[in-house]
Design a protein around this ligand. Structure first.
Ligand code: PEP
Ligand code: MG
Length: 746
């Protein structure tokens, strides 16, 4: 098949199908396949190399090389020509292999006698499976047609591998998707969960990679692409006024759906004997391989769009993968490349855990997962290709690890860990209704952070004494358009109703920096964390802030109302915000609305500057809450989103504690109530130290209240304060070692 015509390709695929339909065992099949390919390509050698593990390729069948080397010859990913084909997912076609870059001589195969080399990656949807190679003595370059023909064959081998065709007696390959794998990611919400995989976008299984009737397949492809185009146009028409980002994606979809190149390649695949779905997968697999190689963010995004579009097309073609919520396992662990907050909220609390291939700790999905207290691991490479629906999986939200199809030792270790956590939870439940009073008689207020309706049941279950921080922006972030005032009134009412008279501190919209509303024009700032955000936006464009203040007052309707401004950097900003509150109050009064019973207006202290504001500020402000997440990032000049520097500076660093202490003193001088609402308030050791230096209210994630309370109830704060002061006088950088030593000894 030196010219490799379409009809020859089809004939070869027809013969491959006979091999598949036959009775032979896995190894025998592979042997027959290499024989058929060598014969049909007019080459002396055809070999199949498959992955033994992530890093090692093994010669699994050959026609032409020394048979003794089958299952003996191995190479590492990237090693030799074969290793390079696998590593880069790219074809190598050379008339003179021994002088090609990367060539490695393997005496056991007798390979040096062959000059021409053509290596094709065997891959399926981003999963590297192996390499298909043909070689011949004659120094010639294989034609473009021959390359194409072999790519089609490689696709069929990939599908067969997926279907388990080469598994069995004397197997060339251990079955895919059956072994235990440990996939490391990044922890985004703690907790441990065990359950069964639920793929957000289920994997389509192609059972018929080879087809007899190219005309019929072409028809099927055209019909499905038409259905796809109509669908995309419909979505486009519906979102003309909506989210710009989404519109961009849909435009890209439409571009691909109408792309002549994409269609032409699939038509050619079909002409060479692939079924319509195998043709779609072949193009999709190649796009994924490219995606791994390109660095350009824009191109990567477009390739990801093509990938999504191919998935849609596959679902139309196979009728598979239209999920039915009724099939959800009782203990679902959601697996997805990424997921939006809206979709996640729809699953809600039914999920036991979430593992994302992409995503980030600060993403909106992570915010929702945290609100729902569902263990979440993000950045988990390969999870969507490795996991199959229904697989047993364990998610370690502390270490940021997914154990897929875990073996017995992992299962028992993991279950022990879960049991220990459950025991601790029981202990926390038993002190839920007790106050956090230390042995030396100091009472600490423990309140919780919230932001979604889903948080509110935690008010009762956690034993929180109120909501110390209600992040109102979350309601804005999880939507596609600006909420209406009436919607906000209804929402804030429900929050206050659920609080049953406990104090709720509503923080006005804190947007900008990492929190970008999908429906607001993004501003291109060189350094958004130091940019136009939070109260700066609120004061410059007061429309939204006024609407929000109005909604809060109407929701309170005769009940106490507490409002707090985020990111106040100087006194004047607080005053201007307070003036807006006053104006709204007067307008509401004039309109005849029932006003709140009482009103408190506080400020978040998130920049070091505010700690040194004039005394008058401390006198005027009704209360102060330290936003430790931001305060710490600005104090140490270390980006809270940057994994490299985030953990470099300890919260218990003496300099930072001195700043907090100074704020405590200034608040004490003016009788200004003070709380701390950053993440550190929920870390038991940090919480203890904050309390020891005088912070009396700590606001944290609901799940942290138990552990923090339990430690506080056992710790003498005056002694601890002494430990902290002593460490400081000794000139230690952080008081943590001294505090840990003290706790261990007591
Ligand atoms: C903080 O900065 O500590 C804080 C509580 O606010 P956010 O995390 O929402 O910025
Ligand atoms: Mg903040």
């Amino acid at each position: 098949m030196v010219e490799s015509t379409e009809s020859e390709s089809r004939r070869l695929l027809g013969r491959l199908r006979e091999v598949m339909a036959g009775e032979s065992a896995g190894q025998e099949r592979l042997d027959e396949i290499t024989h058929l390919i060598a014969d049909s390509m007019g080459s002396e050698v055809c070999s199949v190399y498959l992955f033994r593990d992530d890093e090692t390729l093994e010669l699994c069948a050959t026609e032409g090389l020394n048979v003794e080397s089958v299952h003996q010859t191995r190479m590492r990913l990237g090693e030799g020509l074969v290793g390079r084909v696998a590593k880069y997912g790219k074809v190598v076609n050379t008339p003179d292999a021994p002088s090609a870059k990367g060539f490695r001589y393997m005496p056991e195969t007798g390979e040096e006698r062959y000059s021409a080399f053509l290596g094709i990656p065997i891959q399926r949807l981003g999963e590297k499976l192996g390499v298909l190679v043909v070689q011949s003595k004659e120094a010639r370059e294989y034609s473009a047609d021959a390359v194409y023909a072999l790519e089609v064959v490689a696709m069929v081998i990939a599908e067969m591998t997926e279907l388990g065709a080469f598994v069995g007696e004397g197997a060339a390959l251990s079955p895919l998707h059956q072994q235990a794998v440990m996939l490391p990611g990044t922890a985004a919400q703690e907790g441990a969960a065990e359950g069964h995989v639920w793929l957000h976008e289920p994997r389509v299984v192609v059972t018929n990679p080879i087809a007899d009737d190219p005309h019929r397949e072409l028809e099927r492809l055209n019909e499905s692409v038409e259905e796809l185009r109509v669908g995309v146009d419909k979505m486009l028409a519906m979102s003309q006024n909506g989210d710009k980002e989404q519109l961009k994606v849909l435009e890209a979809y439409r571009m691909f759906a109408n792309s002549k190149g994409w269609m032409k390649r699939m038509e050619e695949d079909i002409a060479r004997g692939l079924s319509a779905e195998a043709a779609v997968e072949k193009e999709q697999s190649q796009a994924r391989a490219r995606m791994e190689q390109v660095q350009d963010a824009y191109l990567r995004e477009r390739l990801a769009d093509l990938d999504d579009l191919s998935n849609r097309l596959l679902r139309i073609l196979t009728g598979q993968g239209n999920h039915n919520a009724a099939d959800l396992p009782p203990d679902p662990i959601l697996i997805a490349r990424n997921i939006g907050p809206g979709d996640l909220l729809e699953y809600g609390r039914s999920l036991r855990g979430i593992v994302l291939e992409e995503g980030s700790v600060g993403s909106h999905a992570a915010i929702v997962a945290r609100a729902l207290a569902i263990p979440l691991v993000v950045n988990t490479a390969r999870i969507t290709t490795e996991a199959l629906n229904g697989d047993h999986i364990m998610v370690d939200g502390e270490q940021g690890i997914a154990h897929l199809r875990p073996d017995d030792t992992v299962v028992s270790a993991f279950r022990d860990k879960m049991a220990m956590q459950a025991k601790a939870q029981e202990r926390y439940a038993s002190i839920r209704d007790k106050q956090a009073v230390t042995p030396d008689g100091q009472k600490i207020n423990l309140v919780m952070n919230a932001g979604l309706m889903a948080d509110l049941p935690s008010l009762d279950s956690s034993g929180a004494e109120g909501v110390g921080l209600f992040r109102t922006e979350l309601q804005f972030l999880v939507r596609n358009q600006m909420p209406k005032r009436s919607e906000l009134v209804a929402l804030y009412k429900r929050v206050l109703d659920a609080a049953h008279g406990k104090r709720v501190v509503f923080r006005t919209l804190d947007i900008g920096s990492d929190k970008v509303l999908p429906y607001m024009k993004p501003t291109d700032e060189p350094n958004p964390a130091l940019g136009w955000r939070a109260i700066r936006v609120g004061l410059d464009k007061p429309g939204v802030m006024r609407m929000q203040l109005q909604a809060l007052m109407r929701a309170a309707e005769g009940r106490p109302l507490t409002i707090m401004f985020p990111f106040v950097a100087q006194f004047e900003e607080y005053r201007a915000g307070r003036a807006e509150v006053k104006k709204t109050w007067e307008r509401e009064e004039k309109l005849g609305h029932v006003l709140p019973e009482t009103l408190e207006v506080g400020a978040m202290l998130e920049t070091p500057s505010l700690a040194f504001a004039p005394r008058k500020f401390f006198e005027e402000v009704d209360f102060i809450s330290i936003g430790g997440n931001d305060l710490k990032q600005f104090f140490f000049a270390a980006d809270r989103e940057n994994e490299r520097v985030r953990k470099r500076y300890d919260t218990l660093n003496v300099s930072f504690l001195s700043l907090i202490e100074r704020i405590v003193e200034r608040c004490d001088e003016t009788d200004t109530p003070l709380s701390f609402c950053g993440e550190d308030a929920g870390r038991p050791i940090e919480a203890l130290c904050l309390a020891a230096i005088g912070v009396r209210t700590l606001s944290m994630r609901p799940a942290s209240i138990g552990p923090v309370k339990s430690l506080l109830m056992r710790s003498d704060l005056s002694e601890l304060r002494k430990v902290i002061m002593d460490a400081r006088h000794r000139g230690e950088q952080s008081v943590r070692p001294a505090v840990m030593r003290y706790l261990r000894d007591n």
